[in-house]
Ligand binder design. Structure first.
Ligand code: ADP
Ligand code: MG
Length: 389
């Protein structure tokens, strides 16, 4: 799960990390009000979407009057902002964050990620921060430094000093850098974050130099949300695929893909196998929807409805290997779905496991035209044949 930049900044602030003074606004008048309240003579208006690359796409603007704050907020709110991270359809800007503009002397990159190889939180830092970090990583990878954190010991001062020195921080900035890195690490651990990306971390000020976080991106472990109430409350459903949100509300897992065969399965392993089998037969899955264990007829009906919300779906492949599930319930759910949703696309059904005979019998006696399949391979082949016409 991701959060907005302003939420990340508020979170970091609560851990004592220096961030600009700011406020969130949902309208242009509110934006002007926020600018008035926070004071200063230069502000940054920042579109809040769950994607970076906003600076280059016109989603971050520095202005020097309250009237300009209002005008800029008005121009941003409600538009589709397309950045190199959003995909061509962009994201709708629902709110903006107004903060005091800083005098930037230098921008750095500071990321905390989980390194899959070492299975540890790793700091990634660079003296070349700001909007070109992707190019730095490609063209001059030696300008990126890494420091692996031992989970049993935690992040030690000398490691922070090593990273800070490597990116060129020294003197009065050194203790600030150590404190900042340790606070971010503590925040990450406390909140079950998977990633904390600060870009830029900047030296700001005139005369009295200070380190400040000017942009922050956080993502969290979905499997830990049950124990992270404050994090869960920051979730912005408008930023997520509406079908995935609806599915999770019904206790289903929906993942959108770009083909035309809808897949209703139970279990992530069977989902992967189904996608592979479809691909092997030359087809392309439109999604996969995992009904999980113990799927009631209602759950199966909801699954069909969600899959059919994708207009690209030309047929539905139902592949169930029932253990905790019951094939008779799945069959009842499918009949219920056919009757209540008036499904016009072919349904290919492969049932195996608990109560399979009963399930097959229910389908056969329903009078509805299901295409039944013997096994996974047969089901995938039939689905691909159906969409090819
Ligand atoms: P994104 O990463 O989505 O492009 P950022 O928040 O990093 O958005 O902003 C882009 C650039 O705008 C930064 O690299 C920085 O140069 C500038 N910027 C951002 N916030 C401020 C601020 N508070 N004061 C001055 N400049 C800022
Ligand atoms: Mg940034």
């Amino acid at each position: 799960m991701n959060i907005h930049e302003y939420q990340a900044k508020e979170l970091l602030k609560s851990y004592g990390v220096p961030v600009p003074v700011g406020g969130v606004a949902y309208s242009d008048q509110q934006a002007a009000q926020v600018a008035e309240e926070i004071g200063g003579n230069k502000w940054v208006v920042k579109a809040q979407i769950h994607a970076g690359g906003r600076g280059k796409a016109g989603g971050v603007k520095v202005v020097d009057s309250i009237a300009e704050v209002q005008k800029t907020a008005d121009a941003m709110i409600g538009t589709h902002l397309v950045t190199h991270q959003t995909g061509p359809e962009g994201s709708i800007v629902q709110r903006v964050w107004i903060e005091q503009a800083s005098d930037i002397k230098k921008e750095f990159y500071l990321g905390f990620v989980i390194d899959r190889g070492s299975q540890r939180i790793t700091i990634i830092a660079s003296s070349e921060g700001g909007m070109e970090i992707e190019e730095v990583a490609k063209a001059t990878p030696e300008k990126i430094v890494k420091e692996v954190i031992d989970p049993a010991i935690g992040l030690l001062d000398f490691q922070c000093r090593k990273v800070a020195t490597a990116i060129g921080l020294k003197g009065k900035l050194m203790p600030q850098a150590v404190k900042l890195m340790k606070s971010i690490y503590r925040c990450m651990r406390d909140k079950d974050a998977l990633q904390a990306e600060i870009n830029p971390l900047a030296i700001v000020g005139n005369g009295d130099d200070k380190l400040m976080v000017l942009d922050a991106k956080f993502s969290f472990d979905d499997n830990a949300l049950y124990r992270q109430k404050a994090v869960t409350e920051m979730r912005d459903l408008a930023e997520e695929d509406p079908k995935e949100v609806e599915a999770s509300g019904h206790g289903l897992n929906y993942i959108a893909l770009d083909g035309n065969i809808g897949c209703i399965v139970n279990g992530a392993g069977l989902a992967m196998a189904s996608l592979d089998a479809i691909t092997l037969h030359g087809g392309r899955p439109a999604n996969f929807l995992d009904v999980g264990g113990g799927a009631s007829p209602e759950k199966v009906t909801n699954a069909c409805r969600i899959v059919l919300e994708d207009p690209n779906v030309k047929c539905i492949l139902v592949n169930i290997f029932a253990g905790i599930n019951r094939c008779d319930w799945i069959a009842k759910g499918l009949i219920q779905a056919c009757n209540s949703l008036q499904i016009k696309v072919p349904l290919i059904v492969r049932l195996a496991g608990t109560n399979v005979e009963e399930g097959r019998k229910i389908l056969a006696e329903s009078g509805l035209s299901f295409i039944t399949a013997e096994n996974l391979d047969d089901a995938a082949a039939k689905a691909v044949k159906t969409v090819r016409g």
